[in-house]
Design a protein around this ligand. Structure first.
Ligand code: CO8
Length: 260
């Protein structure tokens, strides 16, 4: 069965038991605006509900995987709006998916984009892929699991290096740290990720989901940690350094933080 629909900023296809989501919000390097998150959320929810889909695959059609939260949109939001709209809550469905999720990462996965990767179960990276959490350079912090899932995957000290310095890790480093499952030549990224997804989709789906559920149960305290992280992230919206960090990015200048 092969179906194809185009939902403005996403390509969504189902083939051989693999539900594929290809991000293509070209004007902002797949930055996660609320509308874009809602599209991702809707696509994942549809795949979760579809008996045709046994594995979910997420990839990018652009030169980067995803540039993180939409800084332009965040800069216009008040604290009340961020809390009321549960900003960052919108990509919840991917993080909570029962079905296995494979990520195919090319270019940069930054901030919220790296958090999308951390929500996935098996991560295939092109050899030029890079991973970073630059939130601190904006006087922001991760809000969709970056402090929680990353620390659980790579350990406290590598997580701290990424989160407190904002530096990017290359694909080989990410492989050694455990954030990535496999590194392949860039030209083979899409085909390898699809082959892996198809292989998993050919097995019994209930048992694949049960294996995932069982592995996830090792992540004790994750749900509570995610909620507490989100609350801390929302607090950034009350701070003047955060406003300055976002504005400086948009103005393409270095930030002048007051609270150094
Ligand atoms: N938000 C909005 N617009 C963006 C973003 C973004 N995150 N990233 C890039 N863009 C825009 C740029 O403003 C630019 O627009 P224009 O052409 O109008 O000037 C266009 O995309 C292309 O970007 P660049 O010219 O900068 O492209 P480069 O190839 O030179 O650089 C980078 C690519 C390195 C990815 C660079 O764009 C960059 O550093 N982006 C910001 C990365 C970042 O700091 N991300 C973290 C954001 S904070 C965060 O993610 C918190 C997560 C909270 C949870 C969110 C869950 C939804």
């Amino acid at each position: 069965i092969h179906r194809r629909t185009t939902v403005s900023k996403l390509d969504v296809t189902i083939e051989d038991g693999v539900g594929q989501i290809v991000l293509k919000r070209a004007e902002a390097l797949n930055a996660l605006s609320r509308a874009f998150c809602n599209e991702i959320d809707t696509a994942v929810a549809a795949f979760e509900a579809s008996p045709e889909v046994r594995v979910i695959l997420i990839a990018s059609a652009l030169k980067h995987f995803c540039a993180g939260a939409d800084i332009r949109e965040m800069s216009g939001m008040t604290h009340e709006e961020a809390v009321a709209e549960a900003f960052v809550g919108c990509v919840k469905t991917l993080g909570e998916a029962r079905k296995p999720v494979v990520a195919a990462v090319n270019g940069l996965a930054a901030g919220g984009g790296c958090e999308l990767v951390e929500m996935c179960d098996l991560v295939v990276a092109g050899e030029s892929a890079r991973f970073c959490h630059p939130e601190i350079t904006l006087a922001a912090m991760p809000g969709a699991g970056g402090t929680q899932r990353l620390a659980r995957v790579v350990g406290k000290h590598v997580a701290m290096d990424l989160l407190l310095t904002g530096r990017a890790m290359n694909a080989q480093e990410a492989l050694a740290a455990g954030l990535v499952s496999r590194v392949v030549p860039d030209a083979e990224l899409a085909s390898t990720a699809l082959a892996i997804a198809r292989k998993i989709a050919a097995f019994s789906s209930p048992v694949a989901c049960r294996i995932k559920e069982s592995v996830r149960s090792t992540q004790t305290g994750l749900a509570e940690g995610l909620l507490a992280e989100r609350e801390r992230f929302h607090r950034c919206f009350l701070e003047d350094d955060f406003r300055e960090g976002l504005q400086a990015f948009l103005d393409k200048r270095p930030p002048a933080f007051r609270h150094r």
